[in-house]
Design a binder for this molecule. Structure first.
Ligand code: FAD
Ligand code: PYC
Length: 404
């Protein structure tokens, strides 16, 4: 007697890899899965394998603090991230899965005159491109967040802030699952616990991929592995300026809702929002050394807690529940590296450092276009690898939330 079981809730499990795929995507994070989803949905390319060495969303996608915003500094950055915010706003409906997208408003606090100058610069670029951003005084910060100590214990008074009304948070796992489920439904194969160990290149073009579960032949490989990028680019003999630093985060025990906005202070090295479960989700600056590891430290918790108490002294008895780290693939100009590469059929979606969760939908859109047409999408031209050789950088350091 054979029982009829329901369809899998998220995606199918495949016993074996096919011998060949039209496209192989390395990395089952948000970016890889979003690219697979739009390849299938928008271009009808479904003979696609997503290879993930661990479990989907287990990399930086599942470790990030989920801040979504488009208040960048360069016109290219603002246009790109604005598209992503727009895609995010419709994502729950698109997936028929609740990603808990929540528009909260985003304050970047300025404690010095020079920080305030950068806020004005960003506000003007943003407004010019139709993105809602404005500089506000400390009284507006206090109005939006009454429990804040606007003097920060007297040693770093808040002079003003960049306020970005569309700033939002979302459930990171649901973003990975939504893209994974949608890609799977359209025929894409997701292979977890499948590590890419080598890439065959012949005559300057991709031929196939060696994996922990056998060999696959393919003419197109998309690399979307964030903190593991240098290991993969090495396999095809490609040099990039990416360097990897740990970025840590932590959450408190759940509290009654009291923090409605997202707050960031580059000077105090703090960013914080309150999740739907009531936890304060917090992070600080990058760890100061280059290392490929996801361990977390007591130093980090102590430093971040001290700065949180500058802003909110009343939190002194609140417990920290969890801490963790991800591997941030940093670039010298704090912009990503996207698009075609000198190796034919090898496409790169990398350099996402501390800022790539918010870009997940637009990366899927633009990388699927680039892979399908073998031509860089116009929104990513400013992010090409060749900009470093051409000294044509896309300087976004002033718009990074995280201190460096
Ligand atoms: P990942 O999610 O890391 O996925 C890459 C996948 O590739 C991994 O699952 C990995 O297992 C897999 N992989 C690696 N090597 C191989 C291999 N050889 N074979 C097969 N699979 C492989 N961004 C924001 O916009 N807002 C934020 O608030 C924010 N906060 C952050 C906080 C922290 C603590 C961290 C660490 C990052 C934060 N980021 C934030 C950055 C953001 O998380 C990343 O830029 C983004 O998630 C990158 O997504 P991805 O899909 O490219 O990479
Ligand atoms: O890019 O907004 C961001 C961010 C916040 C925390 C880490 N990255």
């Amino acid at each position: 007697l054979s029982k009829k079981y329901p369809e899998p809730r998220m995606f199918r499990v495949h016993d074996r890899l096919r011998k060949t795929y039209d496209v192989v995507i390395i990395g089952g994070g948000g970016h890889g899965l979003a690219s697979a989803y739009y390849l299938a949905r928008d271009y009808g390319i479904t003979n696609v394998a997503v290879l993930e060495k661990g479990y989907i969303g287990g990399g930086n996608t599942g470790r990030n603090t989920t801040i979504i915003r488009s208040n960048y500094l360069t016109p290219e950055g603002v246009a790109f991230y604005d598209q992503s915010v727009k895609l995010f706003e419709d994502l729950s409906q698109d997936f028929d899965l609740n990603i808990f997208y929540s528009t909260r408003g985003h304050f970047t606090l300025a404690h010095t005159d020079s920080a305030l100058r950068t806020m004005r610069w960003r506000a003007e670029v943003n407004k010019h491109l139709g993105v809602e951003s404005e500089v506000v005084g400390p009284e507006e910060v206090k109005k939006a967040c009454p429990p804040i100590d606007i003097t920060c214990g007297g040693h770093a008074p808040i002079l003003g802030a960049l306020y970005h009304a569309p700033g939002a948070v979302a459930r990171h796992d649901a973003v990975a699952w939504g893209y994974g489920r949608g890609a799977d439904k359209r025929g894409v194969e997701i292979h977890q616990r499948t590590e890419v160990l080598g890439i065959d290149v012949e005559g300057g073009r991709v031929k196939g991929v060696q994996t922990s579960r056998g060999y696959i032949s393919t003419r197109k490989v998309l690399c979307a592995v964030a903190g593991s990028t240098p290991r993969i680019t090495q396999m095809v003999g490609l040099r990039t300026p990416i360097y990897v630093h740990p970025l840590q985060a932590m959450v408190t025990e759940p509290l009654k809702p009291w923090l409605d906005t997202i707050l960031v202070s580059g000077s105090l090295h703090v960013y914080v929002s309150q999740s739907d479960r009531g936890e304060l989700v917090m992070g600080a600056s990058l760890d100061p050394y280059e290392v490929q590891s996801t361990r977390s430290t007591l130093d980090f918790v102590e430093g971040l807690a001290a700065h949180m108490l500058d802003l909110f002294p009343f939190l002194s008895n609140v417990k920290v529940n969890r801490q963790w780290a991800g591997m941030a693939d940093m670039t010298p100009d704090f912009a990503p590296i996207m698009g075609k590469t000198p190796i034919e059929g090898f496409y790169l979606d990398a350099g996402w450092g501390t800022w790539g969760f918010k870009a997940t939908p637009v990366c899927g859109k633009t990388m699927s276009y680039t892979v399908a047409n073998d031509q860089d999408h116009e929104l990513i031209r400013a992010f090409s690898l060749s900009r470093f050789a051409e000294f044509n950088l896309t300087g976004e350091k002033g718009a990074a939330s995280v201190g460096h």
